[in-house]
Ligand binder design. Structure first.
Ligand SMILES: [Ca+2]
Ligand SMILES: [Ca+2]
Length: 451
């Protein structure tokens, strides 16, 4: 037990150190206080705040809009607007924080998040100020702006910040300001940055297009609610502390926006077409409903299909990872009520070709020759045994044929680089799953270019 504990401490220190430098900066705007699913998304979001540098949480629903929404469910909390409701969730996070830090010391303090949770309804400048201050920091990293909705009559705080900077600063400064943001939203084209379309570098739209008459936003529940035996009452709401108890509904339509940003080694947020836990996104063509919407290759939405389990379907782009996603959520809810590290499970850290980071690797391989693949050095902070699976993820690659991996279920495997793959890319995924409860999975991706 001592050895496992020492390994765990070392893992925590090293992983905290290794990932501090390349954490994503994340800023969220939520219309919490309307449809109760923002509350559920906020529960999940708060449990991943150790993985990012959270710049802020902006609640944009006013007291006036708060009392009109027909699908609200405030769980009896004595709150009068979206900001107070968001604060109640941050407070519940604060109540379990002393447990969470036993499992990852990177969780920000309650006070840190409380200060950065601000109101942003029309006429209130706190959200706009927070955005401007975040962008003005001397920090080269972009800010990932997750808009969970500003349809309560509020104008998105980012749009207001862009308007303000455009008006008050030079053209050059405005362009530099706008270039700081990457948008992940679900509200369709525009509301987050209308009037500034030309300046937005990347927009990943997790709400559209529609499928079977419903937005992609509505797919999260059917794809995840029971994945791997997940049970929302048993695994979240009951016996998992005050934060889990505030979970409202598995609809969680807004959650794709930040699931997209979870650094699990599988995805690269700058590459929407590569796929990950939030599905796989493709460039958006002309939208017949919005001829004035943003154009160009910087706008991606959930229009892609994966072949998986014998079917080719849009659902497969997210369904193929759903069990791992929900097990991960489950483990973090266990953390909320576990006062010692060894009382809950923690994710493995797969190494790939000797590299211990979570970064996507890029390799070249001689066409027709074997390329050795290795997960040697992989660790698990609980001392768990790891199960490895290497596979080709065909859709994001440019090679159209079949590529074979030998010993695909071993730590060390071999890619048979096809003879006709020169100049083409193959995406190789390493999936490492531990034998803890629930089993947890992390990944590595290698983009192999044939030469
Ligand atoms: Ca929302
Ligand atoms: Ca583990």
């Amino acid at each position: 037990m001592k050895r496992v504990l020492a390994a765990a401490v070392l893992w925590i220190v090293l992983s905290g150190w290794a990932h501090a430098q390349d954490k994503l900066r994340v800023l969220v705007e939520t219309d919490i206080g309307g449809d109760a699913d923002d509350q559920a998304s906020l529960v999940r979001f708060l449990l991943y705040t150790n993985e990012w540098d959270v710049e802020g949480i902006i609640a944009d629903r006013s007291a006036q809009a708060f009392h009109k929404d027909p699908v609200r469910n405030h769980l009896g909390l004595p709150v009068k607007d979206g900001w107070e409701l968001a604060q109640a969730y941050v407070k519940a996070y604060g109540d379990v924080h002393h447990h969470l830090v036993k499992h990852s010391p990177a969780y920000p303090s309650f006070e840190f998040l409380r200060r950065r949770t601000v109101p942003g309804h029309n006429g209130v400048e706190d959200g706009v100020r927070l955005i401007v201050a975040a962008a003005d920091k001397d920090d080269p990293r972009p800010i990932w702006y997750g808009n969970w909705g500003s349809n309560s009559g509020a104008v998105s705080n980012l749009r207001r910040a862009l308007d303000k900077v455009k008006k008050e600063r030079s053209a050059k400064e405005y362009v530099a300001f706008a270039a700081k943001f990457r948008i992940v939203t679900l509200d369709g084209p525009g509301p987050t940055y209308q009037g500034h379309d030309d300046q937005i570098v990347l927009h990943v739209e997790t709400g559209y297009p529609t499928m079977d008459g419903g937005r992609w936003y509505h797919r999260l529940r059917p794809l995840t609610e029971r994945a791997g035996g997940f049970d929302v009452v048993r695994d979240v709401k009951k016996d998992h502390g005050p934060l889990g108890a505030l979970y409202t509904t598995p609809k969680e339509g807004d959650s794709w926006t930040f699931i997209y940003l979870i650094p699990n080694g599988l995805s690269d947020p700058a590459q929407p077409a590569w796929g990950g836990w939030a599905g796989r996104y493709g460039p958006r063509g002309p939208d017949p409903d919005n001829k004035n919407g943003p154009k160009g290759p910087q706008f991606f939405w959930a229009n892609e299909r994966d072949s998986w389990n014998g079917t080719t379907h849009r659902d497969s782009t997210a369904l193929r990872w759903a069990v791992a996603l929900q097990n991960d959520f489950k483990a973090r809810l266990d953390w909320c009520v576990s006062d010692h590290f060894e009382k809950a499970n923690h994710e493995p850290a797969p190494h790939c070709q000797g590299d211990a980071s979570r970064k996507v690797l890029r390799l070249t391989a001689a066409a027709g020759k074997p390329l050795p693949l290795s997960a040697a050095g992989s660790t698990d902070p609980d001392g768990h045994r790891l199960k490895y699976r290497w596979f080709v993820y065909p859709e994001p690659g440019s090679y159209a044929g079949q590529a074979r991996i030998r010993d695909a279920n071993s730590r060390d495997a071999v890619l048979e680089e096809p003879a006709d793959a020169a100049g083409k890319t193959l995406h190789i995924i390493l999936e490492a799953t531990d034998n803890g409860e629930p089993p947890l999975t992390r990944y590595r991706r290698i983009v192999v270019t044939g030469k």
